[in-house]
Design a protein around this ligand. Structure first.
Ligand code: ZN
Length: 255
């Protein structure tokens, strides 16, 4: 259920029955020269639409936090970056408010790596306010499953570009009035098979080393079919993870 559509009265009536709020978090930033600036917004929103279609009555989907922390890509045209300190407060306040209105669990459905540190700290603040908060960063949380579908991962690389390609046929592009039929500029796809040897690693030349043309990985290997498989897997795993959270199954045995 989308919280944005509810009246305050209806929210009050539901708040005791729906225990979990999902907050999509994205970033508005360069994704290579071939993927849209809104890639990290569009993918988590698609994941939420799939969850809504599969089990919509089970949780509330909150409005998306569209902007994120992305100093590394700030030099590429169109990128907007928000200070991490601001985001920690923003995420924590959003989660704490939903906790105050009855949500037991907050799930941040995150589309952007730069947000992870701020989200982690915000989760601790939400816990202090009495809520339980979890972050799902799809490409990281489910990396092992992704690598059964895609040969490689990367920023605007094979996995992420595949996920954007699959949005085209799902009609997601139309939701924001895309200019053309495809969100991906095929002619601008590229390959940059480099990543830092140890992360976190930050420095004045890291953007050029890690993200030439605002991407890494192999965008030429991306396909719509891989994207469709990714969304099917992501739905299954998200249902599993959110189900575990709702049941309070927080731990696995240490192997
Ligand atoms: Zn991205």
């Amino acid at each position: 259920m989308y919280a944005i559509n509810l009246t305050s009265k209806r929210y009050a009536a539901l708040s005791g029955k729906i225990d979990t709020v999902i907050v999509p978090t994205g970033s508005f930033e360069a994704h290579g020269m071939h993927c849209p600036l809104g890639t990290d917004i569009l993918i988590p929103e698609r994941m939420c639409r799939d969850l809504e279609a599969a089990a919509g009555g089970d949780f509330l989907i909150a409005p998306t936090v569209n902007y994120g922390y992305t100093p590394t890509l700030a030099g590429f045209p169109g990128t907007v970056t928000i200070p991490a300190e601001t985001l920690i407060s923003l995420y924590a306040e959003i989660g704490s408010c939903f906790a105050r209105w009855g949500a037991k669990n907050i799930v941040f459905m995150n589309g952007h790596g730069g947000n992870i540190a701020a989200l982690t700290l915000a989760c601790d603040k939400i816990a202090t306010a009495g809520g339980t908060a979890m972050v799902i960063s799809w490409w990281a949380t489910y990396s092992a499953e992704i690598l059964k579908i895609c040969g490689t991962q990367g920023h605007a690389g094979e996995d992420e570009t595949s996920a954007v390609l699959a949005l085209d046929i799902a009609g997601a592009a139309g939701a924001y009035g895309a200019e053309s039929g495809s969100l991906v500029d095929d002619a601008a796809r590229n390959v940059h098979m480099r990543k830092v040897f140890c992360a976190p690693l930050s420095g004045p030349t890291q953007t050029a080393a890690r993200y030439p043309e605002a991407m890494n990985g192999d965008a030429t290997a991306a396909t719509r079919e891989k994207g469709e498989k990714l969304y099917a897997m992501l739905l299954e795993k998200n249902l599993e993870y959110i189900g575990r959270l709702r049941r309070g199954e927080y731990t696995d045995p240490i192997a």
